[in-house]
Design a protein around this ligand. Structure first.
Ligand code: CAA
Length: 393
């Protein structure tokens, strides 16, 4: 077992950290307050290769591995979780499924523009009536002579107002109501109508939009993977995406810890620094320990994915744990700062608002528990789980 990052992983992590500290963190409070989607910064991320970290070089990406991408997401989210989710959805939920399920023609057509950031991606699964129960979606794809006509509405679409490529899930078999009979399509942004930009508790530098597909015609070449096999595309995509959200949660929690630690070393009460008071020391110790555990789970899941090993359960575990750490420990950071923590003079109240959604999107914590429990209790538990059980882990 080797826990140290490779020189390549370290280099890309440092690139992301330096960019995040110089160009993202100083502006994050402003973007949050004014609900600004940072178009120029996203374009710069593309120029730096950070919108295609784990995309092969021949398709315009940086050619690094999945763990490198996870390290980048943590760094970006530490500076601004809104930027973190923009990059996470763009990469994990759009570019990677095209790489995994696309034809060679689809890869060549869509991936270079996404990897370079010339085009932003959005993942359109959720609908007003289908959130956790993703298989209940109603957007219809009706067969036309040489393709399909798409009609329906999608909700809470990250990057919705800025995307040029949407991965849209629609029902191709009207006789079905559940997870079968769903297909995945690649739809151009110009064919999508943005009906509303959502107002949120946090992540105000990211776009979350409702969209409508109104008789959108797509050809055969826009079908991703096989007809009526789209739900599998969604689930495999979310298996990887959840590792990205875990990294985002780790980044937010780390930012909260960094602020709390620095404050505790400065602030004096009762004639001593907060850092000398055991009640505060214990809080910082718990924060650092839980963040380290969340990061380890996240990296384990990322390692499994990049080695082509089963990672459904491990990704769900990483997201479940890291998101609860982020929610809880951003609250503890506010507690360390006391009254200051509750004000906009310090960033911890933003971290607290941003953290909450990591327990909701890409599958709520309850859905992660369901995914984990189903696998644990299935007759053929995955080898990694069986070996964990054997070793008493
Ligand atoms: N990998 C491959 N296939 C999978 C799979 C996986 N991880 N999980 C399920 N499947 C397959 C099953 O094998 C089954 O296939 P067959 O029909 O061929 O047998 C099919 O998918 C249906 O599976 P289930 O019976 O398990 O489906 P279900 O209806 O019981 O529910 C669920 C599954 C896990 C609850 C799923 O609906 C789910 O993940 N819900 C949460 C939705 C979600 O995460 N939404 C996120 C939206 S995107 C987002 O949030 C992005 C953002 O903005 C940040």
């Amino acid at each position: 077992m080797d826990f140290s990052p490779t020189p390549e992983q370290r280099a890309i992590q440092e690139l992301a950290r330096e960019f995040a500290e110089a160009e993202i963190a100083p502006q994050a409070a402003q973007w949050d307050r004014h609900h600004t989607f940072p178009v120029e910064v996203v374009a710069k991320l593309g120029e730096l290769g950070l919108l295609g970290v784990c995309v092969p070089e021949e398709l315009g990406g940086a050619g690094a591995d999945f763990l490198s991408y996870i390290l980048v997401l943590e760094e970006l989210s530490r500076a601004d979780a809104g930027v973190g989710v923009t990059v996470a959805v763009h990469t994990s939920a759009v570019t990677l499924p095209i790489l995994a399920f696309g034809t060679e023609e689809q890869r060549q057509r869509f991936v270079p523009d996404l990897a370079s950031g010339r085009v932003l991606g959005a993942f359109a699964l959720t609908e007003p009536g289908s959130g956790s129960d993703a298989g209940a979606l109603r957007t219809a794809a009706v067969r036309e002579e040489d393709g399909w006509r798409l009609d329906g509405s999608k909700q809470w679409i990250t990057n919705g107002s800025h995307a040029g490529t949407f991965l849209v899930f629609a029902r191709t078999d009207p006789a079905t109501t559940g997870t079968s009979g769903v297909s995945a399509f690649l739809v151009d942004g110009r064919d999508v109508e943005v009906t509303r930009e959502e107002e949120k508790l946090g992540l105000n530098s990211s776009s979350t939009a409702d969209i409508r597909l109104d008789g959108v015609l797509v050809g055969e070449d826009r079908l991703l993977h096989e007809e009526n096999r789209g739900f599998r595309v969604a689930m495999v995509t979310l298996d990887g995406g959840r590792i990205g959200i875990a990294a985002q949660a780790v980044g937010i929690a780390q930012a909260a810890y960094d602020t709390a630690r620095a404050y505790a070393l400065e602030r004096e009460q009762f004639g001593t620094r907060l850092a000398d008071i055991q009640a505060i020391q214990f809080k910082l110790a718990d924060m650092a320990t839980e963040i380290a555990a969340a990061r380890a789970l996240t990296h384990r899941a990322a390692w499994l994915k990049q080695n082509g090993l089963p990672h459904t359960v491990e990704g769900a575990q990483a997201k479940l744990f890291a998101s609860s750490v982020a929610r809880r420990q951003t609250g503890e950071a506010i507690q360390v700062l006391g009254g200051y923590g509750y004000t906009k003079e310090f960033p911890v109240e933003r971290y607290y608002r941003d953290a909450k959604v990591t327990e909701i999107y890409e599958g709520t914590s309850e859905i992660q528990r369901l995914v984990i429990a189903r696998r644990l209790l299935s007759e053929q538990a995955e080898p990694s789980l069986a070996s964990s059980a054997r070793s008493g882990a």
